[in-house]
Design a protein around this ligand. Structure first.
Ligand SMILES: [Zn+2]
Length: 246
């Protein structure tokens, strides 16, 4: 099963928060995935064939089948095959470095997309979500300062991750993109800004097929997607780091 994607990361950057796929339909194409809900009303967390929403503050609720997503990436991923143990990865850079070791063992190249799942005990996890917004939408960068961050210490859960090569940048997130969900599937989850993995198992799988379905609404057609938005994507990352330093 290929990686299936709906809308593009740059459309999200430009404020295209209109729903383009239902929860029911995204679950037909993958049992592991991540994304953003329609109207930016929470971070999407797909795990073991179920869809959850990480709300501002980190609380997690089950998504209704009829709810829609503005952006989503999903695929089938059995947590089988070779799993790699990891210990004491402190901070996002170290967690990404461990994931990269497994990715390179599986993919052998920076030109191949990778799906990743990390189950374990985390000494710290920090996530973000947005409050629901109403049309007309502003670009994500203009509301980035309103993102709600929350963190937990000593929590069991799963990182859902995708890694995309640079040449897919703009279509999806270049490099790693992780969302976190707690093991109880209710107490904590969202877009992962930072984490430290005390101990866990990392599974990665290379995926040579990647299919994108674009939104059919008129607003998508009007977005200036010909522009290079890499500076905006970086600015959003920096907004998170700025908050971290405050
Ligand atoms: Zn995210």
């Amino acid at each position: 099963m290929p990686i299936r994607q709906f809308s593009t990361i740059d459309a999200l950057m430009l404020g295209h928060f209109q729903g383009c796929v239902s929860v029911a339909d995204i679950l037909k194409v993958g049992n592991l995935g991540l994304g953003a809900m329609e109207n930016l009303a929470g971070e999407c967390l797909i795990i073991d064939g179920k869809c959850f929403i990480g709300q501002p503050g980190g609380a997690v609720v089950a998504a209704d089948a009829k709810e829609r997503l503005a952006f989503a990436t999903a695929c089938d991923f059995p947590m089988a095959g070779t799993l790699f143990q990891a210990h004491d990865a402190v901070g996002m850079d170290q967690v990404k470095a461990r994931a990269d070791e497994v990715r390179m063992a599986e993919c052998g190249s920076d030109n191949i997309p990778c799906v990743c799942r990390i189950d374990g005990k985390f000494s710290r996890v920090r996530v973000r979500s947005f409050h629901e917004v109403k049309a007309p939408f502003k670009p994500l960068l203009e509301i980035a300062a309103d993102q709600v961050e929350a963190s937990r210490d000593d929590i069991e859960g799963t990182l859902i991750g995708f890694w995309f090569p640079r040449f897919i940048s703009g279509v999806n997130q270049e490099g790693w993109h992780f969302h976190f969900i707690s093991r109880d599937r209710q107490s904590f989850g969202g877009h992962c800004l930072d984490c430290s993995l005390a101990s866990g198992l990392i599974g990665c799988r290379r995926e040579l097929s990647f299919s994108v379905t674009l939104p059919e609404d008129e607003d998508f057609g009007k977005l200036p997607l010909g522009a290079d938005l890499s500076a905006r994507r970086e600015a959003i990352e920096n907004e998170s780091q700025k908050k971290e330093e405050d």
